[in-house]
Design a protein. Structure first.
Length: 225
């Protein structure tokens, strides 16, 4: 039986970097479900499918082959066997993934893929997203929900964008973050919220290592090899 760690939280809460580190240090598989929706947003953009056309998006989602490949530089995201790891990290695709992920038809088409990626590990798996502990793996062995203030999250996003060499304005990043939060929290299909049995971790003022150690501590209390 695969040990499942579900890490949820809003954009900028530190999910991805923390989940990656936890998975690596424990020898677990890492599944970035956000990358799946980003890949779909990219595929739609390239196929000239509107991000608002939920039926076309659902059909497109069913036709795509999305997979992950470990590499020395970190996990690669493959879309129809092509490495799109860099392409899906632009701010445009980030916003697009938030739009396409709000549709119930799209989420249902990608649910089986997310579960398969988590369950195919031989030991354990860390999945991060916005509905892992509530929808994808409601019976996960450990559920973590990360949070941080709007300002802290916007600062993190701003630094992330500028470090990639993309132009950014902090005020615009903050406004976009709040818009995305509202869309994620109010969507009808799998809205963002903490599962009743999730462990809540406020990451304001914490360095990444502190968050990683907190999560590992909770996992080690229940994980049996």
């Amino acid at each position: 039986m695969v040990f499942i760690v579900a890490i949820d939280g809003p954009v900028g809460s530190g999910k991805s970097s923390v989940a990656k580190a936890v998975a690596k240090e424990l020898g677990f598989a890492y599944v970035d479900t956000g990358a799946i929706y980003r890949a779909l947003a990219l595929a739609a953009l390239e196929a000239k499918v509107s991000w608002q056309d939920h039926e076309a998006l659902a059909n497109l989602a069913e036709s795509l082959e999305i997979s992950f490949l470990p590499s020395p530089c970190g996990q690669k995201t493959l879309l129809n066997k092509i490495d799109v790891s860099q392409k899906i990290r632009t701010e445009e695709i980030s916003q697009g993934s938030s739009v396409v992920s709000q549709y119930a038809e799209v989420r249902s088409r990608l649910l089986a893929l997310q579960r398969r990626l988590g369950e195919e590990s031989k030991s354990g798996a860390v999945l991060e997203g916005r509905d892992i502990g509530t929808v994808v793996f409601p019976h996960a062995d450990i559920k973590i929900f990360l949070s941080a203030s709007d300002e802290e999250r916007a600062e993190r996003r701003f630094l992330e964008i500028t470090q990639r060499g993309e132009p950014a304005v902090y005020a615009a990043v903050l406004a976009g973050l709040k818009e995305r939060d509202e869309r994620d929290e109010k969507r009808e299909a799998a809205p963002l919220f903490a599962a009743a049995d999730a462990i809540l971790i406020d990451t304001d003022g914490l360095v990444q290592r502190q968050v990683i150690e907190q999560i590992k501590s909770h996992i080690k209390k229940v994980y049996q090899k």
